[in-house]
Design a protein around this ligand. Structure first.
Ligand code: 2IT
Length: 447
């Protein structure tokens, strides 16, 4: 396999799909050497096949807003790879959503799910619907209209969506209600991230953030360090950032920054529980701004308009917002301020030049598909509980999540340790995730 040749072909065909090409490029670069030790992969054209989604559904979503006006959105589901299990992955509602973004997310999801140790293939979907500023009733009508199309292509053993940016417990509730009405069966296994009264798993809302901190802890321990007392900067204030702030604080770290599209909140003494709770209120305002945080906690925090979390001095940086949120200039600012560990929690949160800067400086860096895999892993645990018609205690779920994150960390170390001892977590995660899917595809023949 020649990564450059495959990329050139994809670039010709999908020149508009920047995020998709970026995600594929990163994986191909990391696996090329290992892949070429397997002539059987080459013969079966595994890499040429793995980069293309198995199936894509694209549909129109029409709904009526509170003013009585008709609204039209695009809806999608990308069923990327089913070699190791049914398609599994979230739904994103955000105005930027298009096929490039969903193909990148579905591709990443395939390897992430493989890393979790659970039998889940990769998928992703969503819509360019913007939930910001919409009423509950508008969100409900949109979710119902979206499910009217989606329900035919999902199922507990075929494709199991969940949340992502813009899709949380409220949206999953509305979508599940509509699914149940259309399918006429109480099939809880068809969506994950459900409410705890009707089939949801304990710890699922916290799982992405908690898992990210468990991974970070293992990464720091491997380097002979501990998170206690460290300063942590976190971007975002959604569900993932909230879980990360909660666990970082529980582990004794100081969360000194959170941020939103409007700017950053600097919290010199670190977050306390009241502040963490207030993140949920902020999110519930549906305005996508963090400025009110500083009004609520004026003596302990400061709002700096237009700045990112990376302008606040920290030991550990945890991007928890959006793809490509860390640019090369941000990476340089972090390095200049003495940051020595970066765990990407958002999917593809760092631009390639930023990753290169971190690796060149030999600081600890781990990629999203390893760090944030606790979310989908706990979705997998929710599926197991649904299939068994039981629910586990929070401790049981949390213990399993912890051991899954440990095994993902171990896989990264096994496949990513370079001759000079530096652990290249990007390479480790990509090779470990890829190998399992590639072998499964080989076993299942040319399909
Ligand atoms: O990016 C992700 O892994 C998610 N949005 C969670 C997907 C899931 O199925 O729980």
């Amino acid at each position: 396999m020649k990564a450059a040749k495959i990329m050139a072909d994809l670039e010709k065909k999908y020149s508009q799909e920047k995020e998709y090409l970026q995600a594929v490029q990163e994986v191909l670069e990391s696996i090329e050497e290992e892949y070429n030790k397997h002539p059987e992969f080459e013969k079966a054209k595994i890499v040429e096949r793995i980069v293309i989604p198995e199936r894509i559904f694209s549909f129109k979503v029409v709904w009526v807003d509170d003013k009585g006006e008709i609204q039209i959105n695009n809806g999608y589901r990308v069923q990327f790879n089913s070699a190791i299990g049914p398609y599994k992955g979230g739904l994103r509602f955000h105005p930027s959503v298009n096929l490039s973004i969903l193909k990148f997310l579905g591709f990443e999801q395939t390897f992430k799910n493989s890393l979790t140790t659970l039998p889940m293939g990769g998928g992703k979907g969503g819509s360019d619907f913007d939930p910001v500023g919409k009423s509950d009733n508008e969100v409900m009508r949109f979710c119902q209209a979206f499910m009217l199309e989606l329900w035919r292509v999902i199922g507990k053993d075929t494709d199991i969506p969940a949340g992502d940016i813009g899709v949380g417990g409220r949206e999953i509730g509305f979508m599940y209600g509509m699914y149940k009405k259309l399918a006429r069966e109480y099939n809880t296994g068809v969506l994950t991230g459900k409410g705890q009264l009707w089939g949801g798993s304990l710890i699922r809302p916290e799982a992405t953030g908690f898992g990210a901190l468990y991974f970070t802890q293992h990464m720091l321990h491997k380097a002979g360090k501990d998170i206690k007392g460290l300063k942590v900067a976190i971007s975002g204030f959604g569900n993932v950032a909230w879980g990360a702030c909660t666990k970082a604080t529980q582990l004794g770290a100081k969360v000194v920054a959170i941020s939103g599209p409007d700017g950053v909140i600097s919290i010199p003494e670190g977050m306390n529980q009241n502040m963490i709770d207030f993140m949920l209120d902020l999110r519930a305002t549906n305005q996508n701004i963090v400025a009110p945080f500083a009004k609520k906690f004026p003596s302990e925090s400061k709002f700096i308009a237009g700045k990112k979390a990376w302008s606040v001095k920290c030991d550990v940086a945890l991007p928890c917002a959006y793809q490509n949120e860390v640019a090369e200039a941000d990476a340089k600012e972090l390095l200049k301020n003495g940051t020595w560990a970066v765990a990407e929690v958002s999917n593809m949160g760092c631009q390639p030049a930023a990753i290169e800067a971190f690796q060149k400086a030999k600081i600890l860096f781990a990629p999203g598909k390893a760090v944030n895999a606790g979310g989908v892993a706990t979705s997998g645990l929710e599926m197991t509980q649904n299939a068994e018609h039981i629910s586990w205690t929070a401790k049981e779920v949390d213990d399993r999540l912890h051991s899954i994150m440990e095994s993902i960390h171990n896989a990264c170390v096994e496949y990513g340790t370079e001759k000079n001892g530096y652990i290249n977590y990007v390479k480790g995660a990509n090779i470990a995730g890829f190998m399992k899917v590639a072998h499964a595809m080989l076993d299942q023949g040319v399909i």
